[in-house]
Design a protein around this ligand. Structure first.
Ligand code: ADE
Ligand code: ZN
Length: 333
């Protein structure tokens, strides 16, 4: 039985495995510039975030109907359950779909057909976080929030993703203020490729409660002290960092130094279909490459529930946390 955990940094479009991409392409008559799944997999060599995003947006062309989004989520959920995920806060990128003529309602209703039954069907509770693409305009983000208004009972919060450098958080001040007024929770990708100043700006200007990635905080001691003092969770994605070359090799990932500094770190999968592993695979990879002991692994699992947006169901959070504390690692005498 895997260690129980919450997954807090997972782009649902990043769970699109080559086999499902080809099946949906055939179903929808969408041509793909790859002959078969192996050829597509060979394209999964990235130099940086942008080179990944190019493929990520290209493959989304196969997602067209409610059924496609339901199938996408229904492929992820049993995999997540098998990896010990009890609770998942799932990102989606509506602008990438709306730009292709796929309506907000198609995306949210389709995902919800799977997510709404996930606790019963898979033992995984879920929340949806709608991300704005930071390389699109602030006006487009505001229009997207407007388009989401009929679906806000299904969306717990907003996030900010896509190409980071050159698109500082402050560009999105207005839409974050509007989202806060609607009672939405706020997170943002910051400090993945962008500088530590983007992390500070996400906190001060956007009022975010968690930082997605946040890796580059380690370049600024005062920022680290602040993140520790304010207990700001970071949703790290170690295999993603290696694949997108934010770190050279996993053995050099700053996670142990971040934990030693007292940062509230969590480990997540980001876009598991592209980066070679789901969330437990990320846990095992950091354990093996960085020599994390069982108490560090337990700390990461505990942090994931502490950092989750489960305030509306503290009883559930307490149950998950108790499971973490009671967990017996395999192979213990
Ligand atoms: N790691 C990542 N960073 C920014 N935007 C993303 N969209 C999907 N994955 C992303
Ligand atoms: Zn991400």
């Amino acid at each position: 039985m895997p260690l129980p955990k919450a997954e807090l940094h997972l782009h649902i479009e990043g769970t699109l495995e080559p086999e499902l991409a080809f099946a949906l392409a055939a179903r929808n008559g969408v041509p793909l510039p790859y002959a078969h799944t192996d050829e597509l997999r060979k394209a999964y060599q990235f130099d940086d975030l942008q080179s990944f995003l190019n493929l990520y947006y290209e493959l989304m062309a196969v997602l067209r109907t409610e059924q496609d989004f339901e199938d996408l989520a229904n492929a992820y959920l049993p995999r997540a359950a098998a990896q010990g995920v009890r609770h998942a806060e799932i990102f989606f990128d509506p602008q990438a779909h709306i730009a292709r003529g796929v309506a907000m309602g198609t995306v949210v209703e389709g995902l919800w057909r799977a997510l709404g039954r996930s606790t019963e069907n898979h033992g995984v509770s879920t929340q949806l976080i709608m991300c704005f693409l930071r390389d699109e305009s602030a006006e487009s983000a505001l229009e997207t929030l407007e388009a989401a208004k009929p679906y806000l009972d299904r969306i717990i919060g907003i996030g900010l993703d896509s190409a980071e450098v050159g698109h500082p958080p402050a560009k999105f001040r207005e839409v974050y203020e509007a989202a806060a007024a609607l009672g939405l929770r706020r997170v943002a990708h910051a400090g993945e490729e962008g500088p530590p100043e983007y992390i500070t700006e996400a906190l001060d200007v956007l009022g975010v409660e968690r930082i997605d990635h946040g890796l580059r905080c380690m370049e600024d001691d005062a920022l680290v002290e602040r993140l520790v003092r304010e207990r700001v969770p970071l949703t790290l994605c170690p295999l993603s960092n290696v694949r997108l070359r934010a770190v050279d090799v996993l053995a050099e990932h700053p996670l142990p130094a971040m934990l030693d500094a007292g940062l509230l770190c969590t480990v997540n999968s980001d876009d598991p279909a592209y980066f070679g592993g789901y969330v437990a695979d990320n846990f095992h990879a950091v354990r093996d490459a960085l020599g994390l002991d069982q108490e560090r692994m337990r700390e990461l699992a505990r942090n994931s529930f502490v950092a989750s947006f489960l305030e509306h169901d503290e009883e559930r959070r307490a149950r998950y946390l108790a499971e973490v504390e009671a967990y017996d690692f395999p192979g213990r005498p």
